[in-house]
Design a protein around this ligand. Structure first.
Ligand SMILES: C[S@@+](CC[C@H](N)C(=O)[O-])C[C@H]1O[C@@H](n2cnc3c(N)ncnc32)[C@H](O)[C@@H]1O
Length: 281
């Protein structure tokens, strides 16, 4: 198939941007013409549609649960991620948070259970980083019940996350001892697979952060490098949904430039990227 038009026009971009905003909360700026055109063209090739208006019309007519929506959202979102991204946060997790909850559990101040949410987990790199840090550093790990949930709007990202395999680039910041202890290199490619010891702690499912996730609340939530694509209104919606899933006193780890401080004024903020939910709701 050859596409007659290689780049979307400004009015077409505006129509797609409104559609994407309504569906995923993501703001596409007018400067993203080339990026959006490339991403749309990939989907159009797969559906044998030759022009941007026809693909837009198709999407507009489809029910919200049509699989094409998942494939479209997977294509237009940015999935960049890697293990041990933002070292300072993993230092905090290993040196401060995990020892503290272990002390609290030993004193009977909390149960030996830990529920963690990697919200917008992309291909699972963040979830496996969390799992490896917990297994390596949570004192008395064998007596803890640990559950990590990874969610993402991208169906392809979630499918890949479930395979817990990572390429060399994704693995480059994994400390050597973690690499050896928690991952094995698959013979057929330069791909590393998480061992069951950490992989078994995590489950993955598709979820749009604009909707409320119906699960039990969490002790710790990672919400990183996703709200940068959202405007203030959709950030507020996401944070309202996330708040409902934080236990009293739970910690929220955000990206460095997520712009959430003013929407979390009632939280403590021990560092620019770290928030603690109020003790009582
Ligand atoms: C850049 S990745 C960040 C991955 C990981 N949190 C990290 O920091 O490395 C952003 C992810 O957010 C997901 N995403 C975008 N909009 C979303 C939404 N409305 N709901 C859930 N996930 C979304 C994308 O599919 C993408 O995988």
């Amino acid at each position: 198939m050859t596409l007659a038009q290689t780049e979307i026009s400004v009015p077409q971009l505006e129509r797609y941007a409104a559609l994407i905003y309504r569906r995923a909360g993501i703001r596409i700026s007018a400067q993203k013409t080339a990026l959006l055109s490339n991403r749309l063209r990939r989907r159009m090739r797969k559906t044998s549609i030759e022009n941007f208006d026809d693909y837009y019309d198709l999407l507009s007519r489809l029910p919200e649960n049509d699989p094409e929506w998942d494939l479209f959202l997977q294509e237009i979102t940015t999935h960049e991620t890697y293990l041990f991204r933002d070292e300072v946060q993993w230092d905090w997790l290993r040196q401060t948070y995990l020892p503290q909850i272990a002390r609290d559990a030993a004193q009977g101040l909390r149960p030996a259970t830990l529920r963690v949410w990697s919200a917008a987990c992309s291909t699972g790199d963040e979830a496996m980083t969390i799992a490896s840090c917990i297994v390596a550093t949570l004192p008395g790990i064998s007596s803890w019940k640990v559950e990590i949930l990874g969610t993402d709007i991208g169906i392809g990202a979630v499918e890949q996350a479930s395979q817990v395999t990572f390429n060399e680039r994704a693995m480059q910041f994994v400390p050597a001892d973690y690499r050896q202890r928690f991952f094995r290199k698959l013979p057929e490619a330069s791909v590393w697979q998480a061992k069951p010891q950490i992989a078994s702690l995590a489950t993955f499912r598709q979820h749009n952060l604009m909707d409320l996730l119906r699960v039990l609340p969490f002790d710790l939530v990672f919400l990183k490098n996703v709200l940068i694509y959202f405007d203030r209104d959709s950030k507020r919606t996401v944070l309202e949904n996330v708040r409902k899933l934080l236990k009293p006193g739970a910690m929220l780890v955000a990206g460095g430039s997520e712009g959430v401080s003013e929407l979390l004024r009632d939280f403590k903020q021990p560092s620019p990227w770290l928030f603690q939910a109020p003790d009582k709701k």
